[in-house]
Design a protein around this ligand. Structure first.
Ligand code: NAD
Ligand code: ZN
Length: 341
């Protein structure tokens, strides 16, 4: 890709691998919201991305070749990967929190990613996919991991949950919260198509925050208390404000959505007097989230089918990005090495 809106399909060499790397032949890749930013070449992309770059970080594939020192992965293994490559040396890494590594490099953002026939991954970031997990689910374990990390960052069983923003990750978090035994699940979403999907994924109520008083509605529905858990999946200031108003005293707010600009909060009423627990959620815990996600998937606990509509060859990437920019698609899958089964 180049420093401008759009992307180009170009012939590049097969990546060469080092002793601790793995070369994966990409089977299916999926577009993340971040890829939309890169494709749109917004302010963030211009400051972070150094083209030429093969972008893309959600995928699954088959191992083609492994470096000399790799012992745990073999060619032929069906894999996906944690694309946040941590340094292992900084203070958070040393303290068991590599998901907030200070020197993280993200494949598909800071180095070449998976919108290609082949991708190179450090072996320790490769995740072998359990054979019980379908291929199209394996391709989206990266964003599903965001949803699992957020939903399971505190208690959830038997609790009333609010998901603000039903984009792909919000939708997946609804399925995870349901599978984890939550009580009533409310979703707020401004897009009608996504409200429909939220219901399909298991939300009891999918509310339009631009119509009527959603805060009053949720407070009334929870005997005036508010929800026990709020999973913020929109990054929109209005959703964040309303979400905190719907959170009960003593509740947990787990924030994954990334606002474009700084957001003001009523700390006194929404956090301090409420005794709320507020968590920033970044990436996936390495590799606790991957273990939890694998268990949920291999036991068939998550029905993510409503998310999948479109499957395309890589050449049709412009159509795929247009579809996603319109907000009418869930996850779009690319097949760089041949068409979908
Ligand atoms: P998305 O943009 O597709 O979804 C956001 C949804 O929020 C959209 O459906 C949008 O219609 C909805 N929305 C907008 N305003 C709203 C409002 N006022 N009330 C309720 N809903 C509203 O994004 P996604 O791919 O599902 O990702 C969710 C968020 O998480 C994004 O902000 C993304 O940047 C962020 N993200 C964070 C991490 C992390 O590690 N923290 C990782 C991946 C994505
Ligand atoms: Zn580190």
């Amino acid at each position: 890709m180049r420093p401008q809106r759009g992307a180009q399909l170009e012939s590049v060499g097969v990546p060469t691998i080092g002793a601790t790397d793995v070369l994966v032949r990409v089977r299916a890749a999926s577009i993340c919201g971040t890829d939309l930013h890169i494709y749109g070449w917004d302010r963030w992309s211009a400051s972070r991305i150094h083209p030429p770059l093969t972008f893309g970080h959600e995928f699954c594939g088959v191992v083609e070749k492994v470096g000399d020192e790799v012992t745990t992965i073999r060619s032929g293994d069906f894999v996906t990967a944690e694309m946040h490559v941590n340094c292992g040396h900084c203070r958070p890494c040393r303290m068991g929190q590599p998901h907030v590594c200070q020197n993280v490099k993200i494949l598909g953002i800071d180095a070449d990613g998976c919108f290609a026939e082949f991708v190179r991954i450090p072996a320790r970031n490769v995740w072998k996919v359990d054979p019980a997990i379908p291929e199209h689910y394996a391709a989206i374990m990266d964003p599903l991991g965001n949803a699992v990390h957020t939903a399971l960052a505190g208690e959830i069983a038997g609790l009333n949950v609010l998901v603000t923003g039903a984009g792909p990750i919000g939708l997946m978090s609804i399925a995870v919260a349901r599978a984890s035994g939550c009580a009533t699940l409310f979703a707020t979403e401004v897009n009608a198509h996504r409200r429909e999907l939220a219901k399909k994924m298991g939300a009891d109520e999918a509310l339009d925050p631009s119509q009527g008083d959603v805060v009053k509605h949720v407070l009334d529905a929870t005997d005036g208390a508010g929800v026990d858990v709020m999973l913020e999946m929109s990054g929109h200031p209005d959703a964040i404000h309303k979400g905190f108003q719907m959170l009960r005293p003593g509740g947990r707010a787990s924030l994954l959505g990334i606002p474009k600009d700084p957001v003001t909060l009523d700390l006194v009423n929404d956090v301090i007097f409420k005794g709320a627990t507020v968590q920033g959620i970044y990436g996936r815990r390495m590799f606790e989230t991957w273990v939890q996600m694998t268990e949920l998937l291999r036991h068939g606990r998550l029905n993510l089918e409503p998310l999948f509509k479109e499957r395309m060859p890589l050449e049709k990437f412009d159509d795929a990005f247009a579809l996603l920019e319109s907000g009418q698609a869930g996850k779009v899958l690319f097949y760089p090495n041949g068409s979908a089964k």
